[in-house]
Design a protein around this ligand. Structure first.
Ligand code: IPE
Ligand code: IPE
Ligand code: MG
Length: 254
């Protein structure tokens, strides 16, 4: 393995990170895949052209994360608020999701990637929901990196859903009010059973969280990068890992 020697697979990825650098690799990385629209605008292209390029970056960076030994990757692909975009842009995104999810079933097979979707699937067409289920089912037995694709995901929506489900289970007598604690709340989120993200990367230079993993990111390290997502390279991921590695995480201690 090219970088950290922690992954079972050999990688030909041209990483800039030498193995002896002593870097601390984040276990769980989140990426807010932002800047597709601006990338297209800069080139006088329609926004959907930016989404198409962004999808290519998604594939490259996902594979790369798996190669360097990241255990969990969560990518923010479509928020609960993104439905308010113009109809033709939303339509183009749904079309891209469809073709992408068809490919993904085969695509991530060789990388042993487990594909999961976080978000409210019921907002999508039956065809897309079917493709999401197929991706999840066909990859569930694998033992590589877990890839969470956040689609129709909003962290507030996720928390509201958790509160409703917790209340329902209290009412049914499955749990009692005394059982409710931080761990139980985590267990009712889409990311149940997964470690919180260590590092969240936001390309495109925006300093905001835009409703992504609010609960889970209580002690996450944020790295904002000025590249637009379609321009994001493996070397940018390397740089984010380097920056993360130099941070002093204190969790409220000293
Ligand atoms: C991210 O890129 C993709 C989605 C939100 C679906 P944007 O479309 O938000 O690109 P900008 O931020 O307008 O450049
Ligand atoms: C966040 O980006 C959502 C995704 C990348 C999927 P947005 O472009 O929707 O966020 P804002 O509007 O800049 O906050
Ligand atoms: Mg944006």
């Amino acid at each position: 393995m090219a970088i950290f020697g922690k992954n079972k697979k050999e990688s030909s990825a041209p990483s800039q990170l030498p193995a002896d650098e002593g870097l601390i690799l984040p276990v769980h990385v989140g990426i807010i895949m932002d800047g597709n629209g601006r990338w297209a605008k800069k080139r006088g292209l329609p926004r959907k052209a930016g989404h198409r390029e962004g999808a290519k970056t998604f594939r490259t960076i996902t594979r790369y994360c798996s190669e360097i030994g990241i255990k969990y990757l969560t990518v923010y692909a479509f928020s609960t608020e993104n439905w308010k975009r113009p109809e033709d842009e939303v339509g183009a995104l749904m079309g891209l999701f469809k073709s992408y999810l068809k490919e993904a079933i085969e695509d991530f097979k060789d990388d042993d990637i487990i594909v999961r979707f976080i978000g409210d699937k019921s907002g999508f067409s039956p065809e897309l929901q079917e493709l999401m289920a197929e991706n999840e089912e066909s990859s569930a037995h694998r033992d590589g990196m877990v890839l969470n694709i956040a689609m129709n995901y909003g962290s507030r929506d996720e928390i509201v859903r958790a509160v409703k489900n917790i209340s329902a289970d209290v009412k049914l007598g499955k749990i009692s009010v005394e059982d409710i604690g931080e761990q139980l709340v985590s267990d009712y989120l889409y990311t149940a059973g997964q470690p919180d993200p260590d590092l969240i990367i936001r390309p495109s230079g925006e300093y905001r969280i835009s409703n992504f993993m609010l609960w889970q990111s209580a002690y996450t390290e944020f790295v904002i990068m000025n590249k637009l997502w379609p321009d994001f390279q493996k070397s940018d991921l390397d740089e984010a890992v380097r920056i993360y590695s130099q941070r002093n995480r204190r969790y409220g201690g000293v």
